[in-house]
Design a protein around this ligand. Structure first.
Ligand SMILES: Nc1ncnc2c1ncn2[C@@H]1O[C@H](COP(=O)(O)OP(=O)(O)OP(=O)(O)O)[C@@H](O)[C@H]1O
Ligand SMILES: [Mg+2]
Length: 331
């Protein structure tokens, strides 16, 4: 099973340049969370801080009773084994074939025999659909395959927390859909805690249980998917709906003149689009952190945008919905 990651007051700067400050959030054990934010807001830095590759200036990262920034190098090394990381560029070794790339962490961190290693590598390559590509070099396969090879490598040490840095960048829409399904299925199979950095709004709207938005040096919001998808908060609303109107400009923040011009021109944000259903595991079982569609909205007295949860059946009391498979519906 996955483990909870609790971040409190985390602050990071490079010299005089602050990246973000006072980031506080909890990644619930076994759930999928997505982290969004304009380019350069420090999403990759956040992932690196979580695994202890970058040291924060202040704040806490609690995992299984340990506060990571306070750990010795030795203890940190042990905690890192809980993590699997898919770096932004896949980070495969160019001169090693796919098999050796995926086997690398096992040879580095375990005393497994080559026979055992073969079994684990084959299992992971099967999980990501790369059986048959073992002998290929990274330069000989497509970008989508490289991502999946990086994913197989991130999974070989049976991580309890998996961090994905833009797993879908550079993929075509069909491959992105396959990759998203793969992520859901891997979460279902492993029960690990997932954090995904993405720029893909469709991924952000349908894959996670929770969404966070980094903006302008702060965590603008973090919470259940429905909370952000029904939020009227201008930054959240503009970003999650990919709109030009709103406080975010081309160079991060619009200046007061630009915002005033928008206000004077009476430019308003278009209505919130409907909240889509979450992507479901392909084994037909409910997601591990399954909540009924509309549950968060109902519990918090928020009316979801019209047309939300299309494809689900409205419950007799009208408050929330359920998916076609009645399994998802709590008694
Ligand atoms: N090792 C480093 N030393 C100095 N500055 C750094 C370092 N790593 C990142 N930065 C700076 O921190 C800021 C955040 O970078 P980061 O790569 O985390 O952004 P990001 O949100 O992942 O962007 P993108 O969406 O483009 O991947 C940038 O201004 C970057 O230049
Ligand atoms: Mg990045």
């Amino acid at each position: 099973m996955g483990v909870e990651v609790r971040v409190a007051g985390l602050t990071k700067s490079f010299g005089p340049q602050p990246v973000w400050s006072d980031v506080t959030l909890t990644l619930p054990a076994g759930e999928i969370s997505v982290l969004l934010g304009p380019s350069g807001t420090g999403k990759s830095v956040f992932l690196k801080a979580l695994v202890g590759l970058l040291k924060p200036d202040r704040g806490e990262i609690w995992i299984e009773g340990s506060n990571l920034p306070r750990l010795s190098e030795r203890a940190l090394y042990d905690i890192r084994r809980l993590f699997g990381v898919l770096f932004q560029d896949g980070a495969l070794f160019g001169s090693m074939n796919i098999y050796d790339n995926v086997a690398f962490p096992l040879r580095e961190h375990t005393k497994l025999t080559e026979k055992r290693i073969r079994a684990v590598v084959t299992e992971k390559l099967e999980m990501v659909g790369l059986v048959g590509a073992e002998d290929k070099l990274p330069g000989q396969i497509s970008g989508g395959m490289r991502k999946r090879a990086g994913l197989a490598r991130a999974l070989v040490l049976e991580p309890k927390i998996v961090l994905f840095d833009e797993p879908d960048s550079g993929l075509d829409p069909v491959r992105t859909a396959y990759l998203n399904q793969l992520i859901i299925d891997l979460n279902q199979q492993t029960g690990a805690t997932f954090l995904i950095v993405t720029h893909d709004i469709n991924t952000a709207r349908t894959v996670p249980d929770n969404i966070g938005l980094l903006y302008h040096g702060h965590l603008a919001m973090f919470g259940p998917r429905e909370m952000l998808l029904s939020s009227e908060e201008p930054v959240v609303r503009q970003f999650l709906n990919a709109q030009r109107v709103g406080p975010i400009g081309m160079a991060e923040e619009k200046d007061a003149d630009e915002l005033k011009a928008e206000a004077d021109a009476g430019v308003e944000l278009p209505p919130l689009p409907p909240i889509p259903l979450q992507l479901q595991p392909s084994d037909g079982q409910p997601r591990r952190a399954e909540r009924s569609p509309g549950q968060w909205c109902a519990e918090n007295g928020v009316a979801p945008p019209p047309g939300s949860f299309e494809g689900a059946i409205r419950r007799s009391d009208g408050a929330t919905w359920r998916t076609e498979e009645a399994t998802a519906w709590p008694a």
